[in-house]
Ligand binder design. Structure first.
Ligand code: ZN
Length: 412
């Protein structure tokens, strides 16, 4: 279901359109109306303003509101902040609210090996354990750890954190068993427990939340043509993480682009969608694409750029098979004298820009690397905080993406 919460401005603009269309003598009023486009360019007018804007938005979203797991009140509050910012920039903003099956965790997941407690998280949206936990022992099956009962039957999987520490990982659709994440610092403890058959207790009490609401925020800057350049960046975080790098800073960079183009009338229509429930399988992007399909307007999306985690380092990872996008983004690094080495990953995004690719749009997914040892271990963790963001990275991306958008607008 779609709820248009911005009915007032929708009605107003519709009425204005009818008046203008009906009376040619009022064309001058149309011009006057165009001058009333919101203009928030001053917010991002120079590098100092942009750094200040980024810092303020990170403070509000990551520090004051904190983790914004889909379907939580905090996530909706975050969406409301984004909506207000978009309203400063563009004339059409709406919340695209829809329902999904959410997921709730009671307390903290625990994993006790013998008498030692190790840090653990459980896969969000995945199954949990009975209320008093699972009792068994650690088994090692090749490189995979699991918890088995006395007869050797698997009761839970154990994953090692991809970048070091334990993380909140995504649910694998095939999971029938709870999936616990353990940090690589505890590999020795797991190995020793597997060898000595040390008793293990694992506990994670979870429940599905049927029909809970979550919202995308859609901001539109109408162009001379209905053909669209669409940006997507997710506004939700994994459970328990303030998500500064994944993906709040990049989502703020996207809003900064809306400010940067605010008050202008480009050739293409520009749309910026802050998506919900990306961390649950790009549900927000998929929902939004379905809404557009039902409206019969999905085909207007000619290009889609997904920003997800631009602050792991200065080197953009450009994931796309689109040669034009690859060349332009690499060239812009040279032209703008960006001190970084972009890397092409020759495949197409299956995440937030995926549904638009499927509908025939040119797509690219941008993330980053370079500060790996410092930044990657924060991913999907409570320490992915506002203070860890290097504003210079967002500044570089802002400059590249403003110019990228202008060139795309002029080229097609
Ligand atoms: Zn992400």
């Amino acid at each position: 279901m779609v709820i248009y919460t911005d009915l007032v401005s929708y009605r107003t603009s519709r009425r204005q359109w009818i008046v203008r269309a009906a009376h040619p003598l009022l064309i001058w009023k149309g011009i006057a109306g165009a001058q009333r486009l919101p203009n928030s360019q001053h917010l991002v007018a120079d590098p100092g303003k942009r750094a200040e804007y980024l810092k303020r938005m990170l403070r509000i979203l990551c520090t004051e509101i904190g983790p914004r797991f889909a379907c939580t009140e905090a996530c909706e509050r975050g969406a409301e902040v984004v909506r207000k910012e978009m309203q400063l920039a563009v004339p059409e903003v709406r919340l695209d609210t829809f329902t999904i099956t959410g997921w709730e965790l009671e307390g903290k997941p625990t994993l006790r090996i013998g008498d030692r407690e190790v840090e653990t998280y459980v896969s969000q949206y995945g199954p949990g354990t009975p209320a008093n936990g699972l009792r068994g022992s650690v088994r090692k099956n090749g490189k995979q750890y699991l918890i088995a009962d006395g007869s050797g039957k698997a009761m839970a999987n154990i994953d090692l954190g991809p970048f070091g520490p334990a993380v909140v990982s995504s649910y694998h659709a095939a999971d029938k068993l709870p999936r616990f994440s353990v940090g690589r610092q505890d590999i020795a403890a797991l190995d020793s427990a597997a060898e000595k058959k040390t008793p293990v207790v694992a506990k994670a009490i979870v429940r599905p939340v049927p029909n809970c609401k979550t919202s995308n925020v859609v901001g539109t800057l109408p162009g001379q043509s209905a053909d669209e350049i669409l940006y997507v960046a997710h506004l939700d975080t994994v459970h328990g993480s303030p998500g500064a790098s994944d993906n709040t800073a990049s989502m703020i960079a996207m809003i900064m682009l809306a400010h940067g183009f605010s008050g202008t009338r480009p050739k293409h229509t520009y749309r910026w969608v802050a998506t919900a429930a990306e961390e649950g399988g790009s549900k927000g992007a998929r929902h939004y694409a379905e809404v557009r399909k039902a409206e019969g307007t999905l085909g207007r999306v000619k290009m889609c750029i997904n920003l997800d985690s631009l602050t792991y380092g200065p080197n953009l990872q450009i994931t796309t098979t689109d040669k034009g996008f690859q060349t332009l983004l690499v060239d812009l690094h040279k032209e703008l004298k960006i001190n970084a080495t972009p890397k092409i990953i020759e495949r197409d995004d299956t995440m937030d820009s995926g549904p638009f690719k499927e509908a025939g749009a040119r797509t690219v997914h941008l993330n980053s690397r370079g500060y790996d040892a410092k930044m990657l271990p924060l991913n999907h963790r409570p320490d992915d905080k506002a203070e860890t963001i290097d504003p210079a990275l967002i500044e570089n991306c802002y400059r590249i993406l403003m110019e990228f958008t202008r060139r795309l607008d002029a080229s097609a």
